[in-house]
Design a protein around this ligand. Structure first.
Ligand code: PCA
Length: 219
């Protein structure tokens, strides 16, 4: 691996909402520098602050010119690798971010489209993870907090570059976190790292259109 290798940008968040750790950053930093499909993973930390995180994501994309981007976030209560389908143009915060900001029904990007779809092969990623014995699903909503804001900012900054595959994956809590929230699902860190490594490999190498398999939900 050299400095000239193609870059896969992998982001994680700082802790928020009273947590002391965020699995998304623990996974991202563990994979920093990893070779995947001839490219090199570059991990970057995002603040859990609406404005700063969106701006940081746009800066990382502009500076690193990645061939593929996967943003990771924590989703308390989710039980598996949760691959997001769509980012929507709204901030609606149930709790304040780490800056104390709590936007309600504000657009991520004024005059931006209502939403952007992930450009990752999300169903091939779900299928590949399951085939490797790892639990995964397509998620129809990344929420309306900082993760969705970053996901939307990412897709907006790449709207003229459809060749760059980009998207978002939520992760469960780590066991130490779940020990303080009885009943919530969790996953050990080594398994998370392995799943994200496999997901990145599929994201970077999958040929053609996405896999065709039903991963929808009935309301
Ligand atoms: N999860 C939050 C923001 C940061 C994170 O890891 C979310 O789902 O919006």
């Amino acid at each position: 691996m050299t400095e000239n290798d193609a870059v896969i940008l992998l982001t994680g968040f700082e802790p928020f909402g009273g947590e002391l750790i965020n699995p998304s950053w623990e996974v991202a930093r563990a994979l920093d520098g990893a070779p995947i499909a001839g490219a090199r993973v570059v991990a970057q930390l995002l603040p859990c602050r609406f404005r700063a995180a969106g701006e940081a994501m746009q800066r990382f994309v502009a500076e690193l010119r990645p061939v593929c981007v996967l943003a990771l976030g924590q989703a308390s209560g989710r039980a598996d690798f949760s691959i997001e389908r769509v980012a929507i143009n709204v901030d609606d915060a149930r709790i304040p971010d780490n800056d104390g900001a709590q936007p309600i029904d504000e657009p991520v990007v004024a005059e931006g489209p209502a939403g952007y779809f992930s450009t990752l092969p999300i169903k091939a990623m779900v299928a590949g993870l399951r085939a490797a014995g790892l639990p995964a699903s397509v998620s129809q909503s990344a929420g309306t907090f900082v993760c969705n804001h970053v996901f939307y900012s990412l897709m907006h900054s790449l709207r003229q570059h459809p060749d760059v595959r980009a998207g978002f994956m939520h992760l469960p809590l780590l066991p130490a976190q779940a020990s303080r929230h009885p009943g919530l699902a969790c996953m050990p860190l080594p398994l998370m790292i392995e799943g994200v490594r496999q997901a990145l490999r599929i994201a970077a190498t999958h040929q053609g259109g996405d896999a065709v398999q039903a991963e929808g939900q009935i309301a």
